[in-house]
Design a protein around this ligand. Structure first.
Ligand SMILES: NC(=O)c1ccc[n+]([C@@H]2O[C@H](COP(=O)([O-])OP(=O)(O)OC[C@H]3O[C@@H](n4cnc5c(N)ncnc54)[C@H](O)[C@@H]3O)[C@@H](O)[C@H]2O)c1
Length: 349
């Protein structure tokens, strides 16, 4: 079940989870394992067990935490080749059943990690908050690189080849978005507050990430010499990451809204189709392909790194002099762009 952020609060809304727990209370007649896959605050399993306490007392139920680590767009691969399977329970019976269920997939027991239910719940938040921290760290370093004439890609490779750090999630880009990182970092801060623990690093990550949306929008304004009125801006990709149609907390939303307000003529293309988020915006138009999006643009923004955008001949697409490119995913080589006499801007380079 979904565990979105509660309205006017940072905590996870557990109404769907508790609704299902209450439904289960009425229908469980013989031994069942209730497996919680949603991302839920630590101690939620205890609360579900309380709802099911009559069944628990009769040994008719075990409530287990088995957090989901699948990535959107990679679900099947992640399911078949998981880095780890976390099972949180103190019931031997439930643990053995789940182990036999997972063993054909994971093959090696080393990838199967059993722990307490509360630990399993916290592992999920800790993992997502850490990944969000890694992204935010490299994004802030990209800001410094831009001012010091350094290429952030070199920093990522140089740092990432240290095995203790690792290369993944060290690619600078727009603010992170999606259905998990924003809501899970906010919820973790809230859990910390509930247990009187200041999670200052996670708090900084959330603040830095929201500032980043404004920072990159301001950069667009600077690239267009501070004058947005009537400028033609084309977005390649608007989803928060490739291979998904998910627009939840995509940084393209505040960016395009701002440009629309400033009377830019925005065109966008995304391989996952038109977005309801932009339908009502007067100055924003969805195009059916890359070429009609880029034609006669003053600025082409590569917002999402779909494969479709990796080998483009911009001169042939834009068909106009003096256009600019803002490559928010650092796909293209600045040196090659210079040779082609295209005004190119990347992130942290
Ligand atoms: N989307 C991801 O990539 C991902 C990855 C890891 C973990 N998670 C976690 O998994 C959880 C769900 O995320 P999602 O993206 O699948 O959300 P979602 O909103 O897309 O899906 C939620 C599902 O729960 C169902 N549901 C809601 N109330 C119900 C009820 N009363 N009875 C039966 N079904 C009900 C909905 O119909 C829907 O199918 C979240 O806690 C999220 O943090 C998601």
């Amino acid at each position: 079940m979904g565990t979105p952020t509660k309205k006017n609060s940072n905590s996870a809304d557990l109404k769907y989870v508790f609704k299902v727990a209450n439904d289960l209370k009425k229908i469980i007649k013989n031994y069942k394992i209730v497996v919680m896959k949603s991302t839920v605050p630590v101690t939620t399993g205890d609360k579900i067990e309380k709802i099911l306490s009559k069944l628990k007392n009769k040994n008719l139920v075990d409530v287990v935490s088995n957090p989901e680590f699948l990535r959107e767009g990679e679900a099947i691969r992640d399911f078949i080749f998981p880095d780890r399977v976390i099972i949180g329970t103190d019931s031997k019976k439930a643990n053995n059943k789940l182990k036999s269920l997972y063993l054909p997939i994971i093959k090696k027991t080393s990838r199967y990690f059993s722990t307490s239910r509360r630990s399993a719940e916290l592992i999920k938040y800790a993992s997502n908050a850490f990944l969000a921290t890694k992204i935010t760290f490299i994004n802030e370093l990209a800001n410094l690189s831009e001012k010091t004439g350094v290429d952030i890609k070199d920093i990522s490779s140089g740092m990432g080849s240290d095995q203790r750090i690792g290369e993944r999630f060290l690619r600078a880009g727009p603010a992170y978005g999606g259905s998990c990182f924003p809501k899970d970092t906010r919820a973790l801060i809230n859990i910390g507050a509930k247990f009187k623990t200041d999670l200052s690093i996670v708090k900084s990550v959330v603040t830095s990430n929201s500032k980043r949306k404004i920072l990159l929008t301001k950069k667009v304004e600077t690239i267009l010499n501070g004058n947005l009125n009537g400028k033609k801006v084309s977005f390649l990709g608007v989803t928060f990451k490739p291979n998904t149609d998910d627009m939840r907390e995509a940084s393209s939303i505040p960016m395009i809204n701002y440009l629309n307000k400033k009377k830019c003529k925005v065109k966008y293309f995304d391989p996952s189709g038109e977005k309801k988020e932009f339908k009502k915006l007067k100055n924003v138009k969805y195009c059916k392909n890359i070429s009609s999006t880029c034609l006669k643009a003053d600025l082409v923004i590569i917002h999402t790194e779909w494969n479709e955008f990796k080998f483009l001949n911009f001169k042939n697409l834009v068909k106009k002099d003096n256009f600019k490119i803002y490559d928010m995913r650092n796909i293209y080589s600045p040196t090659k762009m210079k040779k082609l006499k295209i005004q190119y801007f990347g992130i942290g380079r």
